[in-house]
Design a protein around this ligand. Structure first.
Ligand SMILES: O=C(O)COP(=O)(O)O
Ligand SMILES: [Mg+2]
Length: 225
């Protein structure tokens, strides 16, 4: 007898489900302000997101010409500010709420695979009204490794009990993670990728509007039958 097919979507968070750069930017500038180290513009910070908080702070330190030995202390200060105010300026990308409702109605399990710390990721998803759609959240501090290590995506798939998984993300980090995990990858092009040309990011499909995400992900999953 054929086993049951459980299909899942593994979503990246920053730059995919949520436009979180404005609150991350605010927390970075509050961190810099505490020690009189100036500020950085939003566009710069947007380009620093995706590898987790320690790497974000490493890039902030390099951009401001600060002492690298300050990284651990600045990570703590950043998290204090970010956890105090994680979702004031953060929004869902247009169409996300409708898309996750439709995915749920069509029987998809959904999970989040992010390099952002897990607790604050869950808090933001709840605050924006979509937390209950996700069976699990694996964050940058949940395991010993971060994306692009495939263990992060594979942990989401396993926790959801999925037999088929499609990965939806916004960056080359997600593309690499999905590839290493043996998953099809749909690129959301309106997020925080670093490549100038989205053609340079390995992908099985791409979309710029969540209105078409459901059809695109379903097609990728069907190809895996
Ligand atoms: O860099 C981060 O903190 C998180 O980014 P991600 O949600 O795109 O993985
Ligand atoms: Mg992302």
């Amino acid at each position: 007898m054929e086993g049951r097919r459980v299909k899942a979507i593994i979503f990246d968070l920053d730059g995919t489900l949520i436009d979180s750069a404005p609150d991350i930017h605010a927390a970075v500038n509050r961190t810099l302000a505490e020690t009189g180290d100036g500020e950085l513009p939003l566009d710069t910070i947007r380009g620093f997101i995706g590898n987790g908080v320690p790497v974000l702070i490493e890039r902030v330190i390099a951009a401001r010409g600060l002492d690298p030995a300050r990284q651990a202390a600045m990570v703590d200060t950043f998290m204090r500010h970010y956890e105090a105010d994680p979702a004031t300026l953060t929004t869902l990308f247009p169409g996300v709420k409708d898309a996750v409702e439709q995915f749920r109605d069509e029987g998809w399990a959904m999970g989040v695979c992010t390099n952002k710390p897990e607790a604050v990721s869950r808090a933001i998803l709840d605050r924006l009204g979509i937390g209950s759609f996700f069976g699990t959240v694996v964050g940058g501090d949940t395991l010993d490794v971060k994306k692009p290590d495939p263990a992060v995506a594979l942990a989401v798939k396993e926790r959801l009990g999925a037999t088929v998984a499609v990965y939806v993300g916004d960056s080359e980090i997600d593309a690499e993670c999905a590839w290493k995990a043996g998953m099809r990858f749909a690129l959301f092009t309106e997020g925080y990728h670093r490549a100038d040309d989205v053609d340079d990011i390995p992908q099985d499909a791409r979309f710029s509007d969540f209105d078409v995400a459901v059809a695109i992900v379903a097609r990728l999953a069907d190809e895996l039958r």
